[in-house]
Design a binder for this molecule. Structure first.
Ligand SMILES: [Fe+2]
Length: 426
């Protein structure tokens, strides 16, 4: 089995979160702040230390995906501060460290400088500040006006193709007053603003529209590039700031969802294959799957990252020895009560057809050696080793059969000698 992993890092909102600490139930208001600081760790530091640890120790991690919202309310100084923080956490200056890894980043709606938006000008101009901020730390990954693509390749076998796409193209744009009464309304608003002050006037009638949108040309570019992938087991991974479904908590806001998310869902499901779609924005971590049966067995696996101060996800793509994409595991790494906790992986099969009898002889033999009563790994391996298969081949075959929906393995996280295997297909 081969694993290609990447770290999915959600909204950072560095200016407001850089000093956030784990909660302490302080009943004594007179207690020394020095004592409080010793029992309430800085949340961002705790999570960042774990990211650095994972990147250093886990050789399977081949990419880091940043979902945007590095800053808040268009604060470009906060954005630049966040880049200095990321430079340290992700070891971004170390070219050797990044030689075999990929970094992807997209704009978030909070990263946009709304002051730089002028009607009728280049719609990508508002991203110039953040693009320059990345260039200033010698990184070219922020490319808001195009789809950026990189491939993680295992020669002649599997390929993971990562796309970063800007879903904030429409964010911050203006909404216009009705033309037939525009001048009258404008005079009324200017008069109110002059007497009450600009801030009060803005609170009353002001609008800052997010209008998230993915450029139609970018959707076409992605579809075309996915069609070029030759094998069904080549896995496309998309990174955007916004999701493709409304958030779980009702949001009462004009244009809060991706305006053309229906088009994106249609375009992606019509490709008839499994696609991973990663995003942030909702400050929560649902994993959702969309399929449109009229388009065949393809599905979009939508993975949301939580706020970074709450943790991040490691996503494992599991391939068989011969390069077949078997499954996707989402491993939530969370900060709970000041401690880093690795939660149980959420396992999603990637094979578009499950419960199909295997064709490879080792898989057929391993399946034949199982039955509906749980057996220890040793029992199965003894019956197969006489046919010349070693333990590694047998354990890989059983793991593959599990992704195919044919067997179930208890204690999978342990070494195979502790496994209990049960056939679940007839
Ligand atoms: Fe956010």
């Amino acid at each position: 089995m081969k694993t290609v992993s990447f770290a999915l890092i959600g909204d950072i909102h560095y200016p407001e979160h850089k000093l956030a600490t784990s909660s302490v139930d302080i009943k004594d208001k007179g207690i020394s702040s020095g004592i409080v600081s010793r029992i309430a760790p800085n949340k961002l530091k705790k999570v960042s230390d774990e990211i650095t640890r994972q990147l250093t120790k886990n050789n399977s991690i081949r990419a880091v995906l940043l979902c945007g919202d590095l800053t808040s309310k268009g604060n470009i100084e906060g954005y630049r501060e966040c880049l200095q923080y990321l430079r340290s956490v992700l070891n971004l200056s170390n070219k050797e460290f990044w030689q075999d890894k990929h970094l992807h980043v997209v704009p978030g709606n909070h990263d946009i400088s709304r002051h730089s938006i002028t009607a009728g000008t280049d719609i990508f101009k508002k991203f110039e500040g953040i693009r320059q901020a990345w260039l200033d730390i010698d990184r070219t990954e922020m490319q808001p006006d195009r789809v950026r693509v990189s491939d993680i390749e295992d020669p002649e076998k599997s390929k993971t193709r990562i796309f970063s796409v800007n879903s904030c193209v429409g964010c911050g744009e203006q909404r216009y007053l009705p033309e037939s009464i525009r001048s009258e309304l404008q005079a009324l608003l200017e008069s109110y603003s002059a007497s009450s002050g600009a801030d009060t006037a803005f609170d009353l009638v002001g609008e800052q529209l997010d209008t998230p949108v993915i450029d139609e040309e970018h959707i076409s570019d992605i579809s075309e590039s996915i069609r070029e992938l030759q094998k069904l087991s080549d896995i496309p991974v998309l990174l955007a700031h916004h999701g493709l479904l409304p958030q779980i908590i009702p949001r009462l806001q004009i244009y809060s969802e991706l305006l053309n998310c229906g088009t994106v869902r249609f375009a992606l499901t019509s490709l008839g294959r499994s696609i991973i779609y990663c995003h942030g924005h909702v400050h929560a971590d649902p994993v959702e799957i969309i399929s449109q049966p009229q388009h065949g067995p393809g599905k979009i696996i939508i993975i949301s990252a939580p706020l970074l101060i709450d943790g991040f996800n490691v996503i494992n793509l599991i391939f068989s020895e011969d390069g077949v994409a078997l499954g996707c595991e989402v491993v939530p790494i969370r900060l709970e009560h000041g401690c880093i906790v690795e939660k149980d992986a959420i396992r999603i099969p990637l094979l578009t057809q499950r419960h199909i009898m295997p064709t490879k002889s080792i898989l057929r033999d391993a399946f034949d050696a199982t039955n509906s009563t749980a057996q220890r790994f040793k029992q199965i391996s003894e019956s197969l080793s006489s046919q010349g298969s070693d333990e590694r081949l047998i354990s890989n075959a059983l793991l593959e059969l599990e992704w195919m929906g044919l067997v179930e393995i208890d204690n999978r996280g342990e070494i195979p000698i502790h496994w209990q295997i049960r056939r679940i297909a007839p």
